[in-house]
Design a protein around this ligand. Sequence first.
Ligand SMILES: Nc1nc2c(ncn2[C@@H]2O[C@H](COP(=O)(O)OP(=O)(O)OP(=O)(O)O)[C@@H](O)[C@H]2O)c(=O)[nH]1
Ligand SMILES: [Mg+2]
Length: 296
Amino acid sequence: MLIFKYSKHFNFLNPFKTLIISTMANSKFEYVRTFETEDYLLPNCWIVVRIDGKSFHKFSKKHNFDKPNDLNALKLMNKAASTVMEEYKDILLAYGQSDEFSFVLRKDSTLYNRRRSKICTYINSLFSSSYVYFWKDHFQDTKLKYPPSFDSRIVLYPTDKNLRDYFSWRQADCHINNLYNTTFWALVLKGGLSNSEAEQRLCGTLSSDKHEILFSEFSTNYNNEPVIFKKGTILLRKKFKYKNSNKIVVIPLHEDLIQDDFWVRHNEILEIKTCGFYEIADDVIPELVLKQLCLK
Ligand SMILES: Nc1nc2c(ncn2[C@@H]2O[C@H](COP(=O)(O)OP(=O)(O)OP(=O)(O)O)[C@@H](O)[C@H]2O)c(=O)[nH]1
Ligand SMILES: [Mg+2]
């Protein structure tokens, strides 16, 4: 008896042709599948996916991003990352700065059976397509000149300390780069120095020297710079009371995550339990949350 197994190559007009192809595939060609390797991630480890823009020094120039920080570009990164978090509920926290975003999945996640390539590529492609899809909402006057791309990697962290140190590393990096870039562009754009003169001026300077240059030469108190530039953006899932019902939304925060306080206040992350309530300060619902409530 002949049994026709359904395959995506099934030819309904000519089943006999399908039979020939599938017999050939099974007997002669299908062995190539044995070359595919398994890539299951170790159990019981935090899964961190980090995405980073390819050559964004060029992309930002081509699209006239404000220097050193373009608020619209940062908001677009946040929107793309929020879209990823809304889709993948196993992501507990995301952190972004500049052209990068990191996502942490619960350590007991069984998403795609913990297959590395599935998790890494789906998250990257949803992030990348969302970046392009939502571009026009953030840059009304600047057309996207070419398709951006992002690399991505997965790193496993076996302990809570390792995970916290990872995010501390990214936030410290944000602070160091932002202080440098803010001083560099003040010297160039306001101080009239060339790029290489500004680079030379900053060579060997300490953090306190950069604060002093900003304060004494450009009347800028670095501490008053926007917190999104200094700290980056943390995305967390929270319950949010809206019109007498509780919605679960992804909220943006711009806080210090290096100190214990953050992890105590948001203990649902490391303890992997239901998310806590989000109280809005000063009654202003962030744009990112308004969009999730379909109010914008
Ligand atoms: N003007 C401006 N540039 C930005 C902004 N955000 C990111 N960039 C640029 O993007 C770069 C990101 O750094 P990297 O990821 O190390 O560099 P890259 O050019 O993307 O190179 P690869 O990641 O190695 O492909 C920064 O150095 C800036 O040049 C922004 O808000 N404004
Ligand atoms: Mg990059």
